[in-house]
Design a protein around this ligand. Structure first.
Ligand code: HEC
Length: 149
């Protein structure tokens, strides 16, 4: 490529290339812990029942994205990855404890499963299909929500 583009020192061009590749693959959360709009949109498409149930039963406290008024953000907060090692641990916690108080355990098992799938997908993690308890056990959480490499 000699089209008169300004010459760039090697390290800078490498960084630019890496950043472009990462953006194209969409496999990294945006800097600063901001929620990935793309992952959220994909999760809504791939796990629509989970997305609806999440918005109905969880979003009032955990936020639809980013900001969580009460409790941590489930979509992009680091808390989830620090607290749960796998999707199954997350699912079991939610089944037993959420929504908090009297309503803990009040959702259908199917709804809890769908919500767990939605949250994992919204965090940009690779989620196997069909999504059941065994599949959840195989999904490893990471602090930033980005897939482990
Ligand atoms: C009334 C507000 C409220 C609602 C509704 C609610 N939660 Fe929570 N949630 C909390 C609070 C507060 C905590 C922190 C509790 C703790 O750490 O003991 C929490 C903790 C959690 C955690 C552990 C992560 C963390 O922040 O430490 C998960 C996962 C979770 N909630 C998922 C859900 C899901 C899924 C739903 C919907 C089915 C839901 N919650 C509904 C308030 C809520």
């Amino acid at each position: 490529m000699t089209l008169g583009t300004p010459r760039m020192p090697r390290p800078a061009s490498f960084l630019l290339l890496a950043a472009t590749a990462a953006a194209a693959l969409g496999c990294r959360p945006p800097p600063g812990g901001a929620p990935s709009t793309r992952h959220l949109a994909e999760a809504r498409l791939a796990a629509p029942e989970g997305g609806r149930a999440y918005n109905l039963y969880c979003a009032s406290c955990h936020g639809e994205r980013g900001a969580a008024p009460d409790g941590a953000s489930l979509v992009d907060g680091p808390a989830l990855g620090a607290r749960f090692a796998t999707g199954l641990e997350l699912l079991e916690y939610v089944e037993q404890r959420m929504p908090p108080g009297d309503r803990a355990g009040s959702l259908e098992p199917r709804e809890y499963l769908a919500i767990a799938e939605y949250v994992l997908r919204a965090r940009g993690l690779p989620v196997p299909r069909p999504f059941d308890r065994a599949a959840a056990a195989g999904v490893r959480l990471t602090p930033a929500g980005a897939p482990a490499r």
